[in-house]
Design a protein around this ligand. Structure first.
Ligand code: ATP
Length: 287
């Protein structure tokens, strides 16, 4: 008889919940992700960082369960293995200013138990080269620009080619060229594992993500491909010289015309929808 192997998903969340006092930051999220780059979109305070911190095992849920790479982070033995196979870039990484870029990355490598000294040195050099900081490896963190510091933290997250890479607004502070580099770096990582990132930039999602999850008030409002998110707004967008009062939302565009979102009025021709339009609709559906 053929043995049926069902591979563990990279991320499996069931009724995942996290509260801070009276605030429910993550409110019973069910989600299964496996492979590729997944973009997490949502307004300020939606719960993205809280969710990512739980995926990175730095925060434990109050209720519900999560399995990451088939492992249970609540179990100390499984958590250790998981942390070796996980990379995390926090939202505002606190870096020791007096360390050099190399010392900082090496320190994280030690914490991740890369015990072989020579291999650790090679790995640190590799990840610093990957983020384009090979020539600044001996610069002190405090002497680096904001974007370079972000790249040092990214290098630390890439140590050991993680199977699950969790990135909180990774493009913050990067210039356009560095953003392009980041995209190819993450696309490459996603060929071997799963990348989950938060962003406020729908263009980033369109360029990089195979899947997108829209979160508001701690709940998932949409999960699907970027094309499906855009599709939500297809036939629900139109332009006009002044804001149309029939729209649920209107805003002025760069050319001075108004873009309207809502039920298309009779006799009005729809405009092609964008990912932003789909995002606005997904966010509003939760209100
Ligand atoms: N450590 C904490 N203590 C108390 N409240 C918190 C804490 N962390 C988050 N919160 C609250 O939980 C909610 C979700 O916050 P979170 O940082 O996860 O949102 P976010 O989607 O990442 O926001 P942003 O886009 O602004 O980064 C917010 O209401 C926030 O104030």
């Amino acid at each position: 008889m053929t043995q049926l192997h069902i591979a563990a998903r990279s991320v499996e969340l069931s009724a995942l919940t996290k509260r801070f006092g009276r605030t429910t930051a993550v409110d019973g999220i069910d989600l299964a992700l496996d492979g590729g780059v997944v973009g997490l979109l949502g307004p300020n305070g939606a719960g993205k960082t809280t969710l990512l911190r739980m995926l990175a095992t730095v925060l434990a849920p109050d209720a519900g369960s999560l399995r990451l790479l088939g492992l249970d982070p609540a179990r100390p033995d499984e958590r250790l293995e998981l942390r070796r196979r996980l990379g995390y870039l926090p939202q505002a990484p606190a870096l020791y200013g007096s360390f050099t870029a190399l010392e900082l990355v090496d320190y994280v490598a030690v914490l991740k138990e890369h015990t072989d000294r020579d291999r650790r040195a090679q790995e640190c050099t590799r990840v610093l080269d990957l983020v384009g900081l090979g020539d600044r490896r001996n610069s002190r963190i405090r002497a680096l620009s904001g974007g370079m510091r972000q790249r040092v933290a990214l290098a630390a997250a890439l140590l050991g080619s993680p199977d699950l890479l969790v990135l909180d607004e990774p493009a913050t502070g990067l210039d356009p060229e560095q953003r392009l580099e980041l995209r190819s770096l993450l696309a490459d990582t996603a060929t071997r594992g799963t990348v989950v990132l938060s962003t406020h930039n729908t263009a980033e999602v369109a360029a990089l993500c195979q899947r997108v999850v829209v979160v508001t008030a701690g709940s998932v409002r949409f999960e699907g491909t970027p094309a499906e998110l855009r599709g939500l707004a297809e036939g629900r967008v139109w332009e006009s010289p002044i804001a149309d009062p029939r729209a649920t939302r209107s805003w002025m565009t760069a050319d001075g015309a108004f873009r309207n979102l809502g039920d298309l009025p009779a006799g009005v021709a729809p405009s092609p929808a964008t990912l932003d339009d789909g995002y606005f609709l997904a966010v509003r559906s939760g209100r």
